[in-house]
Design a protein around this ligand. Sequence first.
Ligand code: FE2
Length: 389
Amino acid sequence: MTEQRNPLGLKKIHHVEFYVGNAKQAEFFYRKAFGFSRVGYMGLETGNREVTSYLLKQNNVNFILSTPLLPDHPGSEHIKQHGDGVHDIAFQVEDVDHAFNEAVKRGARPVEEPHDHGDENGVVRHASIATYGDTIHSFLSYSRGGSAPANAGGIDRTAAAPAEEKYVYSGVFLPGFVEQQVEGESTGIMLVDHIVGNVELGKMNEWCDFYRDVMGFHRYITFDDEDISTEYSALMSIVMSDGGHNIKFPINEPAESKKGVSQIQEYIDYYRSAGAQHIALLCRDVLHTVGMLQANGVEFLRVPDTYYDEIPERIGEIDENIDDLKKLGILVDRDEEGYLLQIFTKPVEDRPTVFYEILQRKGCKGFGKGNFKALFVSIEEEQRRRGNL
Ligand code: FE2
């Protein structure tokens, strides 16, 4: 099977960096509640006078939680405007210079020009461009070295070697981080499946064009009003994906609702701009993962129990016991190729902004369209409690 080659040479999501008000406490939450392990740290003790960052890892998911130490750090303004939120969805790319130059040529707004970023463990190449709101996409290229390269810091980059041979990094993660192991009890979260962006009314097509024209993605699935309108919470959504379908970015915009405020508009009102709405984390055994997350105190949205009476007819045969799903509040949806199991957390900040989806795919490539209506009724119930409907 041939995969479309991505014109920027994007390989995968390398990490997601959040700006948060108190990274020390956020780290504790993600470790104790979500089961991440702390593997890296930078801050005053490592000579960084501007920002403290914790690197959290669970299987293939890397989160960086960063808190600026100074009011004039750009992260301080990010937190002032948006509260805790996603600052950077960073990609590993084949060649940063190519990815950046190509993206800018195709219309991206540059944030950071390509530059070397190194420490005693080697050098990585880094650049970044802007996406929706104040969110950025970093590009990183390097290969993992087994030990510190002999020429670290003095690599000859004039040679016409592929970027991966020029940039070798053997440290814990990225330059600046020191290894700091604090084990979490893994909940079985494996991989980022997709990251949803909420954009302003009327801006969805513009941002889908950005992911098509600049990032070389294509339109994967479209949901419209018909699929996902309840009385209040209308939204439109288009899923953009890279050629290999490794990276999927649905883009939502609020749609005209019959009364009240669309949940997408509520997000934008509190995030005060477009931004990342939810990160969907893939697991292999959703009953196990969600069971652990709930025991750890993660709060999930719940649909009415009657939802489960309709599963046999709506979905057909599934491997799981429906009572087990009902107990945990896990939702099921099906497409031609299989089914998926999913559940959504409540926002993980005080502002009604970023939340998580936990999902398991059993062949299904969709996003749970069949669950939208049931879910939105429960989201609106939360919105009503917040006085924002
Ligand atoms: Fe999702």
